[in-house]
Design a protein around this ligand. Structure first.
Ligand SMILES: Nc1nc2c(ncn2[C@@H]2O[C@H](COP(=O)(O)OP(=O)(O)OP(=O)(O)O)[C@@H](O)[C@H]2O)c(=O)[nH]1
Ligand SMILES: [Mg+2]
Length: 218
């Protein structure tokens, strides 16, 4: 019983800071995309590709979240994009307070898109609002079509599902149609894209959608 109370307090405090973040992001006229997935589904790869295909339209900055290492931040830094790495030292998600601090330390002059790569995990990050405009969940085709039913919260909370690594489909038994219908059964409003960060398939459609989504945010 007391454990449940503590957890509620932590989430209430997080929601309060997330609302403050939302105001700060709005004041800075910056659209915030929170990217979630299990480890290795392709979050950093998709961020790299998104930066590349939207560079004429947006000035992007990135916050990276990892349990250990700054390897992902190094990949973004190599593109000359301002980036701050949060190392959680074991925590399985980013929270609003960590993102607030990281945002303060970000060189964000003229930026209008902030992409946050959350810690690789399909469970905890979905519970923590960080003040983002949209959550995007990535699922790679090797993870199986049952994941929306097994990890429903992240699919419920996300506006977008990106099914990544579709270049691997010829080697797998997964049905994309079943995966899509499982995801839509959990969240009928999900916007679904199919991408390959290797072949480039589907990336333009995703980037165009993001451009429009940012154009019309208030
Ligand atoms: N075949 C294939 N491999 C991919 C694709 N996208 C990413 N990968 C590979 O998948 C592995 C993980 O990609 P990352 O982008 O590092 O994944 P991540 O989700 O950021 O991983 P974590 O940050 O560790 O959770 C790397 O070896 C990528 O090269 C894709 O579309 N197709
Ligand atoms: Mg990564």
């Amino acid at each position: 019983m007391s454990l449940i109370t503590v957890e509620r307090k932590v989430l209430d405090m997080n929601d309060k800071i997330a609302q403050e973040n939302r105001l700060i992001f709005k004041e800075n006229n910056i659209f915030v995309t929170n990217i979630l997935s299990s480890p290795g589904a392709g979050k950093t790869s998709l961020i790299e590709k998104t930066i590349e295909c939207t560079k004429e339209k947006f000035s992007t900055v990135v916050i990276e979240g990892d349990i250990e290492t700054s390897l992902d931040a190094q990949r973004i830094d190599a593109l000359n994009i301002p980036v701050v790495q949060i190392v959680t030292n074991g925590a399985c998600h980013l929270d609003a307070d960590l993102v607030k601090d990281a945002f303060k330390n970000l060189n964000k002059k003229d930026a209008n898109l902030l992409i946050v790569e959350n810690v690789g995990n399909l469970v905890c990050p979905a519970e923590f609002d960080i003040g983002e405009n949209i959550k995007v969940v990535i699922l790679s085709v090797t993870e199986g079509e049952d994941k929306p039913h097994k990890y429903p919260l992240v699919f419920r909370e996300s506006e977008v599902l990106i099914i990544n690594k579709i270049d691997l489909l010829p080697y797998l038994k997964i049905s994309l149609e079943t995966l899509r219908s499982n995801a839509l059964a959990i969240n009928p409003k999900l916007k679904i894209f199919e991408t390959s960060c290797y072949s480039g398939e589907g990336l333009e459609v995703w980037c165009k959608w993001l451009e429009n989504r940012i154009k019309f945010f208030d």
